[in-house]
Design a protein around this ligand. Sequence first.
Ligand SMILES: Nc1nc2c(ncn2[C@@H]2O[C@H](COP(=O)(O)OP(=O)(O)OP(=O)(O)O)[C@@H](O)[C@H]2O)c(=O)[nH]1
Ligand SMILES: [Mg+2]
Length: 312
Amino acid sequence: MDPLRRSPSPCSSRPSSPRTPPCEMLGYVGIEAVLDQLKIKAMKMGFEFNIMVVGQSGLGKSTMVNTLFKSKIWNCTPLDLGQGPVPQTLQLHSVTHVIEEKGVKLKLTVTDTPGFGDQINNDKCLRPLDIEFLQRLCRTVNVVPVIARADSLTIEERENFRQRIQHNLKTHCIDVYPQKCFDEDINDRILNSKIRDRIPFAVVGADQEHLVNGRCVLGRKTKWGIIEVENMAHCEFPLLRDLLIRSHLQDLKDITHNVHYENYRVCRLNQSHMLPRGPGWVNLGPTSASPPATHAPSKVRRRTHDNSTEGF
Ligand SMILES: Nc1nc2c(ncn2[C@@H]2O[C@H](COP(=O)(O)OP(=O)(O)OP(=O)(O)O)[C@@H](O)[C@H]2O)c(=O)[nH]1
Ligand SMILES: [Mg+2]
């Protein structure tokens, strides 16, 4: 199987190749049943999703993960909100949980990281350290930047900060998710353009529930009232949650698998090809006549209907 082809994901709702015209059928064949088969298989196997949070100390990284999945990921006891503060993260560590909702199982691995670049001030924009880090990171994983603790900014400050970050990302060629080059059709383009205009989302994290008008809501209680994390009038957490979980989870996985992982794999194979024969040496066959491989990740096209590759 061509490794660059999109994996036959159970959730992929992309249209079939536009290059293959649909064939007219004379009667009912039952192809549509494949959707039920995929659903049953996917329900049985469950889904996996890996997420890593990075940022300065005390920014709200661990709280944000709890907010996203409405459980205390770090205390290993799901759904026990409000049982004390999130401890400070002192070392890089991953926690895996299986979360189940309406029969759908999600094996979630969250990697929390200790504060990053704490000694340097970044009140105004991205620091050179952030730029260097993001430039490398966006070639390896899908990067979704956020403005944390948005409750500490006025509306104008939020907008100015967002515009400065967007400008920084553009001028330094930091291609964050959802990447323009991977929009597959006009619908993708329309939806993703709206997301790109709003990124970085200004979010607020909270792992305490409060009663507001008879409803239990996640929020931060202040002297002036409750900042509801799921209320778009208060912050843009719903946009982040929808992007990561409700609308783009499978797409994030597809890009990770079909682009980032494939680029990584090709680099590693090329590296081992340059090694003298011995343990770890992989025969790449015809590529022996091609120019020496670069270590930078190559750009790989992701579309199922286009098997060509760029940058190899
Ligand atoms: N005002 C405000 N406080 C927040 C927000 N999110 C988290 N906090 C608070 O910030 C403090 C630190 O939150 P954590 O989630 O532990 O932050 P962290 O980034 O994981 O911190 P380290 O593990 O030290 O790197 C806690 O007291 C949280 O309640 C937010 O959106 N707004
Ligand atoms: Mg933490």
